[in-house]
Design a protein around this ligand. Structure first.
Ligand SMILES: [Zn+2]
Length: 197
């Protein structure tokens, strides 16, 4: 674990976690974040921008729906990592969805002198979705999957990578944790006042 912590932000870890966090954060959450995967053009632009496919690949409306479902499922798993209540999906439904859809986006083992990793077996939009699964496998193989979380502050709910030493972080940053502390303090005051009555 110390080893994993030491290279938390090294090479592939950053790429894999940055990719999945950007994907999870591409939907409406907290206050004012717009939907970035609303239709086929938007999904194509996002996947191309992330470098996961070329800009002339065919995408259907079903792919756009699949993209948003996959995002909800991953966000649900990240919420479970930070003890957030279930969001758009129940955790068991999200896990079942991910197990089922992983079969659509097969991965191939790539072995080199440096090590081995997984890469999408397909190209186009199927390969782009596959790359998201490969990123998850990369993080899990390094023992840091549980560090992929959703901020517990209800006005934020952004995906973030927990860099705390003991993986105990619940908020994406100090602004959210102090907001949450203030809210908890206010509600404690309120309930104490209620008790005094
Ligand atoms: Zn936050």
């Amino acid at each position: 674990m110390e080893q994993a912590h030491a290279d938390v932000c090294g090479g592939n870890v950053c790429r894999s976690s940055d990719l999945l966090l950007a994907f999870v954060n591409s939907g409406p959450h907290g206050s004012g974040q717009a939907e970035l995967l609303g239709d086929t053009e938007a999904l194509a632009a996002w996947m191309t921008g992330a470098g996961l496919m070329g800009d002339s690949e065919a995408i259907t409306g079903a792919d756009a729906v699949a993209g948003r479902e996959l995002r909800d499922a991953l966000a649900t798993v990240f919420r479970a990592h930070s003890d957030c209540p279930d969001g758009a999906m129940l955790l068991s439904d999200a896990e079942e969805y991910l197990r089922r859809t992983a079969e659509r986006y097969p991965l191939t083992l790539r072995i080199t002198a440096e090590g081995c990793d997984l890469a999408p077996s397909q190209t186009g939009i199927l390969g782009a979705f596959g790359a998201l699964f490969a990123a998850a496998a990369d993080l899990a193989s390094r023992g840091i999957w549980a560090r992929m979380k959703v901020c517990k502050n209800p006005t934020c709910h952004s995906g973030f990578f927990d860099k705390t030493r003991n993986s105990s972080g619940l908020y994406c940053g100090s602004a959210c944790s102090s907001q949450a502390a203030q809210r908890a303090y206010r509600s404690r005051l309120k309930s104490e006042k209620g008790l005094q009555r």
